[in-house]
Design a protein around this ligand. Structure first.
Ligand code: MEV
Length: 311
């Protein structure tokens, strides 16, 4: 038997823009999905998915999850004719849209297979296998989720849109910053939302050009602000990023509602994170006292809220 883990992530800047080769910044969460693989007699594979999840998440993502497991197994050339694999998923990462749950599942599986079959894969190869799994969720993932899930930490990521190697720099923030993650409770299809943005971009190329230019400045300034621990600036840039995400129509009513609650209760900045149209919202707090206040205010309105640290 072998085990492996994959971190969850939160995108601080640049979801959707990252698909088009613009830079994005993500932070891995300390929470992770744990996979275990047991080889038994028979053929094929079975899954026991014990992850805690937003109601409906696992059913809605079931087909994609099964395909992603198949993709990882095939990519790693695992023999499924002369043996049967019992695959277990658990861990303390709550499975919800926006937290990198699918990437964490793929990464943990690649690591567990690596250990089970002594494949000697380094992180780069684990990341490649996890990317193949991610492709089941939408044909053209940027690769940011599996990269954050594999390497952990705070990352600056640029997709190579010509198909070559992506850029990934580990950033060292000068301080840990409290973050609240609010859950809309809604599961979105990344495939549909990413396809919707593509269509809109094709219909309005000039408008998108302007938005992309504005976003690029935000991303570069955010990198500098994160490195120097300038919380006020990071928060302000998060607010700006959220406005651009609204313009490309990927935020949703409940996302905006949670952003509003967070800002009203002292958040320095707040935005949707990940796919959008549901999923999660992140809010930056100056200290743990304010973090608690923001989280409690979100919970009071009936949403789940988690407290974490980035940097
Ligand atoms: C999903 O977590 C992030 C998106 O930008 C898609 C991707 O990067 O592949 C929406």
């Amino acid at each position: 038997m072998g085990t492996g883990k994959g971190y969850g992530k939160t995108i601080l800047f640049g979801e959707h823009f990252v698909v088009y080769g613009l830079p994005a910044i993500a932070s891995a969460l300390t929470n992770s999905t744990l996979a275990a693989v047991k080889v038994v007699k028979g053929k094929g594979w079975v899954v026991d998915d014990q992850r805690s999840a937003t109601p409906g998440y696992k059913t809605q993502k079931y087909d994609e999850a099964m395909q992603s497991i198949e993709n990882v197994l095939r990519h790693l050339n695992i023999d499924m004719e002369n043996q049967k694999l019992e695959i277990f998923f658990g861990g303390d990462l709550f499975a919800a849209s926006g937290v990198g749950a699918s990437a964490a599942q793929c990464t943990s599986l690649a690591r567990a297979l690596n250990e089970t079959f002594n494949l000697n894969l380094n992180d780069e190869k684990i990341n490649e296998a996890a990317y193949e799994g991610e492709r089941a969720y939408h044909g053209t993932p940027s690769g940011i989720d599996n990269t954050a899930s594999t390497y952990g930490g705070l990352i600056w990521f640029v997709k190579n849109t010509s198909g070559g190697k992506n850029t990934m720099d580990l950033l060292k923030s000068s301080k840990k910053i409290p973050l609240v993650i609010g859950n809309t409770g809604l599961t979105a299809s990344t495939t549909e939302v990413v396809a919707g943005v593509k269509k809109l971009k094709e219909e309005h190329p000039n408008r998108f050009n302007t938005i992309f230019k504005e976003y690029e400045i935000i991303a570069k300034e955010a990198k500098t602000a994160l490195l120097s621990g300038d919380i006020a600036k990071i928060g302000n840039l998060m607010n700006q990023n959220h406005e651009l995400l609204k313009k490309i129509t990927v935020s949703g009513k409940i996302n905006d509602k949670i952003v509003g609650i967070a800002l009203k209760n002292g958040a320095i900045g707040a935005k949707m994170t990940g796919t959008g149209r549901g999923g999660l919202v992140i809010a930056l707090a100056e200290n743990e006292e304010l973090q608690e206040k923001i989280a409690k205010a979100i919970e009071k309105e009936g949403f789940d809220a988690w407290r974490t640290m980035i940097g």
